[in-house]
Design a protein around this ligand. Sequence first.
Ligand SMILES: Cc1cc2nc3c(=O)[nH]c(=O)nc-3n(C[C@H](O)[C@H](O)[C@H](O)COP(=O)(O)O)c2cc1C
Length: 192
Amino acid sequence: MKRNEKRIIVGLTGASGIIYGIRLLEVLRDLGIETDLVMTDMAAKMFEIETSRTETEVTALATRVHDSYDFTSPLASGGFRNSGMVVIPCSMKTIAGISCGFADNLLLRAADCTLKERRPLVLVPRETPLNVIHLKNMVTLAEAGAVILPASPGFYHGPKAIGDLVDHIAGKVLDVLEIEHHLYRRWKENTL
Ligand SMILES: Cc1cc2nc3c(=O)[nH]c(=O)nc-3n(C[C@H](O)[C@H](O)[C@H](O)COP(=O)(O)O)c2cc1C
């Protein structure tokens, strides 16, 4: 990775809202930002359940794709140079796995490495309502340095379609990673 070039690890899990992850991959590709994709088995199921996209179509959006059981992947090492990781959407199971350091798939291991190397880790949980175990796990993760960015889009930017809501979340993720974008209209931006 050259200086100032971004390279983002994108993790997809089997929570509802897989469209958020797909959209983030599209946007990063369009911005010319390299992505390393790792997804769980349930994430692949969610393409069928919630979208008309095939796994092949989604993986084609990423620069590189990593098998979620391949612990020999570069992503399994903290030495892998990258600009941060996003897990979008992030299931409560994966939240639990990251929060207790139980790295039994490559996505969990990559998130573990991201935290230990003090790189940005953005988690986009999708569940409602939340029980106290979910909440405690998220507090643990926030204390460890992760950014908890719930998949709860705002409505103040005048969304007209589902895509506008999805773009709001993708845009908020890019904000955390300090990547310029025009995915949503910021509140009163032009009045300052
Ligand atoms: C249709 C469907 C929707 C689901 N939605 C959620 C969800 O929004 N949040 C969640 O935490 N789990 C959800 N799950 C359950 C997860 O898929 C399940 O806990 C799985 O073990 C997650 O594994 P992963 O984190 O390795 O992808 C859903 C499952 C199905 C089949």
